[in-house]
Design a protein around this ligand. Structure first.
Ligand SMILES: NC(=O)c1ccc[n+]([C@@H]2O[C@H](COP(=O)([O-])OP(=O)(O)OC[C@H]3O[C@@H](n4cnc5c(N)ncnc54)[C@H](OP(=O)(O)O)[C@@H]3O)[C@@H](O)[C@H]2O)c1
Length: 324
C-alpha cells in the first residue's frame, strides 16, 4: 500500500511517500481503508520526536481518519466489516490502510460526508472534554478562547456557543477572527494589535469564567489575569513552543483553578465516558450543529505541505488529505 513514512525524526519535507506492507490486525483491532485523513498539530510534533507518544520508527503520521472497515479482529464485537467509521488512531492514518484498536473506532451514519467526518472529531473531542468534563462550563458563563482560529480553538468556539456560553475569541489576525465570528463568537480580540487584558476588561468587567488555552507562552500569564472569581483556566496545549510558569497568587486571590486537559489520556483511561462524548459529537455533526471549516484538501503526495502549512500558522480550520 502507499503511505507517507517518517523514517528519521525531522521536519515535514523529510517524510517519504513509499510502498509498504499493509498492516496486520490483532484480536482487538480493526483494519480501516482510509478515505481521508485530517491533519492535526500533534502530527507535526510526532515526526520531530517532540510529542508525549513515541511511535517506533518507521511510522506514518496521521491521527484522525474516516473510511471503511475491511477486516475485524476476533475480539471485536461492536464493529463490522463495511461499517463507515471515524478512527482516532494517534498515528498511521496517512496511508491507504490503518490498523486501529476498536475502542478508538466510532461507527458513523451511512450517509455521512467522509471528508467532513475526517476533520470533525479529533479537535471537537478535545474541546468537548475540556469544556464539559474539565471546566464544567455552564450556560451563561463567559468563555475566553485563545488561538481561537486554530484546530482545537475553533472547535471550542463552536462548542462553547452550543453549550450556551458567551464566547470571546482571541487570535493574532483579523481574517482569523472573521472565521471565529462565522462560528458564532460573540466578541473577538486581536491580541497581535490590542492588549489582551484591557480588551477582555472592556467586554467582561468582572473577568471570564473559563479560559481555554492551546498556546501557552507569554500570553498565558496575561490571560490568567482576566479570570473571574472561581474561574477555570484550561491548559490545552503549547502551540507557541513554550510552557508557561504561572504565578500562584492569581489562582489564590481569585479562588480559581488551573485545570489540565489531556484528551488521549482521558480516552485511554475512561473509554466509556469518551465513547459517550463521541456519540454526542457524532449526533451534533449529523444534525449539522458542528462542523470544521476545511482550509484545503491535499493529496497523499502533498501531505508534507499540509503539515508545513499548519506549522507556518497558515491553516484556518482544518487541513485534510485525500487518500483514495
Ligand atoms: N490537551 C489535549 O488533549 C490536546 C489535543 C489536541 C491538541 N492539543 C494541543 O493544542 C495545541 C494547538 O493545536 P491545534 O491543532 O489547535 O493547532 P493549530 O491548528 O496549529 O492552532 C494553534 C494556534 O496557536 C497559535 N499559535 C501561537 N503561536 C504559535 C506558533 N509558534 N506556532 C503555531 N501556532 C501558534 C496560532 O494562532 P494565532 O496565530 O491566532 O496566535 C494557531 O492558530 C497544540 O499544542 C496541540 O498539541 C492538545
Amino acid at each position: 500500500m502507499k503511505a507517507l513514512v517518517c523514517r528519521a525524526y525531522g521536519l515535514p519535507h523529510t517524510l517519504e511517500l513509499a510502498e509498504i506492507d499493509q498492516p496486520h490486525i490483532v484480536a482487538d483491532e480493526v483494519l480501516v481503508k482510509v478515505a481521508y485523513c485530517g491533519v492535526n498539530f500533534p502530527d507535526t510534533l510526532l515526526i520531530q520526536n517532540k510529542y508525549q507518544f513515541k511511535p517506533t520508527l518507521p511510522f506514518s503520521p496521521g491521527g484522525e481518519v474516516a473510511g471503511t472497515v475491511v477486516a475485524v479482529g476476533a475480539n471485536t464485537k461492536q464493529i463490522n466489516i463495511g461499517d463507515v467509521v471515524v478512527a482516532l488512531c494517534s498515528w498511521g492514518g496517512l496511508a491507504e490502510y490503518v490498523a486501529v484498536k476498536a475502542a478508538k473506532v466510532f461507527v458513523l451514519p451511512q450517509n455521512i460526508n467522509l471528508k467532513a467526518a475526517a476533520t470533525a472529531f479529533y479537535n471537537n473531542a478535545t474541546a468537548y472534554h475540556a469544556l464539559k468534563d474539565r471546566a464544567q462550563l455552564k450556560a451563561g458563563e463567559k468563555l475566553l478562547v485563545l488561538g481561537a482560529a486554530g484546530g482545537v480553538g475553533l472547535a471550542a468556539v463552536e462548542l462553547g456557543k452550543l453549550m450556551g456560553a458567551t464566547v470571546i475569541a482571541a487570535a493574532s489576525a483579523d481574517d482569523k477572527l472573521t472565521q471565529c465570528k462565522n462560528k458564532g463568537a460573540d466578541f473577538v480580540i486581536n491580541y497581535a494589535t490590542h492588549d489582551l487584558k484591557e480588551s477582555v476588561k472592556e467586554i467582561a468587567q468582572d473577568g471570564v469564567d473559563v479560559i481555554y488555552d492551546p498556546i501557552g507562552g507569554t500570553l498565558a500569564e496575561t490571560a490568567l489575569r482576566t479570570i473571574t472569581w472561581s474561574g477555570r483556566y484550561l491548559v490545552v496545549g503549547f502551540a507557541s513552543g513554550s510552557i508557561p510558569n504561572f504565578a500562584a497568587n492569581v489562582p489564590l486571590l481569585k479562588g480559581a483553578s488551573i485545570v489540565g486537559v489531556f484528551w488521549s489520556g482521558f480516552a485511554a483511561k475512561e473509554p466509556t465516558r469518551n465513547t459517550a462524548n463521541m456519540q454526542q459529537l457524532i449526533q451534533w455533526h449529523s444534525e449539522g450543529k458542528i462542523s470544521q471549516q476545511i482550509y484545503k484538501t491535499y493529496s497523499l503526495q502533498e501531505a508534507p505541505q499540509a503539515l508545513q502549512d499548519l506549522m507556518d500558522r497558515k491553516v484556518i480550520g482544518k487541513a485534510v488529505v485525500q487518500i483514495e
